[in-house]
Design a protein around this ligand. Structure first.
Ligand code: ADP
Ligand code: 5GP
Length: 213
């Protein structure tokens, strides 16, 4: 039976709006989803694990990954480099598994404009208010005041790209936003073009119909 190609689920938002939390919840709901572990030159936060949250790399190492064509996309965000390695994405697609990306608008744009664009489903997450965004960055307790101020300053620029995304949700309540994400993924998986096995199935219904008459 023909297998479907995995889709590329891209989630972007201003920092602190909740995309890491929602991504984790979605992966917990469906463990077949593969997470695209990005490479970054940013220093690890407390609790972050190399190879799980990110591949933490030096600038020289990152640049050599880009030069050797290993990156599906890459961009500079908040003064550090971030990029999505291509290898695991191709593997997932050919295995029929969906890949989740937590990347910024620049990465989203690059993948949408690449040869893989038709496999992309993109979701933008908005915070309920700017005050709540700052509150979330502070309560996350992972960044210094200066870093938080920098992230808040960049949030408006990130938000300005909301209309480039297929779906937009406002993360007021985590349970509600998670349910909306599940709905989007479920519906996108049911698109006719993503169910190559349907032709065989409908042929079998047809045969059964004939056999019964
Ligand atoms: P991002 O990955 O977009 O930078 P995070 O997922 O790290 O954001 O979320 C930032 C902080 O906000 C975390 O402490 C998280 O627990 C909290 N948070 C996320 N969504 C909500 C929500 N709907 N209500 C309250 N707090 C939230
Ligand atoms: P953080 O430092 O908070 O983990 O991430 C900062 C920003 O970089 C977030 O908007 C996140 O989505 C984005 N980001 C993480 N990985 C990648 C990546 O591989 N490519 C791009 N373009 N952005 C990324």
């Amino acid at each position: 039976m023909e297998q479907r190609r995995g889709l590329l689920l891209i989630i972007s938002s201003p920092s602190g709006a909740g995309k890491s939390t929602l991504s984790q919840r979605l992966r917990h709901w469906d463990p077949t989803i593969r997470f695209s572990v990005s490479a970054t030159t940013r220093k690890p936060r407390k609790g972050e694990v190399d190879g799980e949250d990110y591949y933490f790399r030096s600038r020289a190492e990152f640049e050599s990954m880009v030069d050797s064509g290993e990156m599906l996309e890459h961009a500079e965000v908040f003064g550090n480099y971030y990029g999505s390695p291509m290898g695991p994405v191709s593997d997932a697609m050919s295995a029929g598994a969906d890949t989740l990306f937590d990347i910024d608008w620049q990465g989203g744009q690059q993948i949408r404009n690449s040869a893989l664009g038709k496999d992309v489903v993109s979701i933008f997450i908005l915070p309920p208010s700017m005050a709540e965004l700052e509150n979330r960055l502070r309560t996350r307790g992972q960044d210094t005041d200066a870093v938080i101020t920098g992230r808040m300053a960049k949030s408006q620029a990130e938000i300005s790209h909301w209309a480039e995304y297929d779906y937009v949700l406002v993360n007021r309540d985590l349970d509600e936003a998670e349910a909306q994400l599940r709905t989007i993924l479920t519906a996108e998986r049911l698109r006719r073009g993503r169910q190559p096995q349907l032709s065989d199935f409908v042929r079998s219904l047809d045969q059964e119909f004939k056999d019964r008459s």
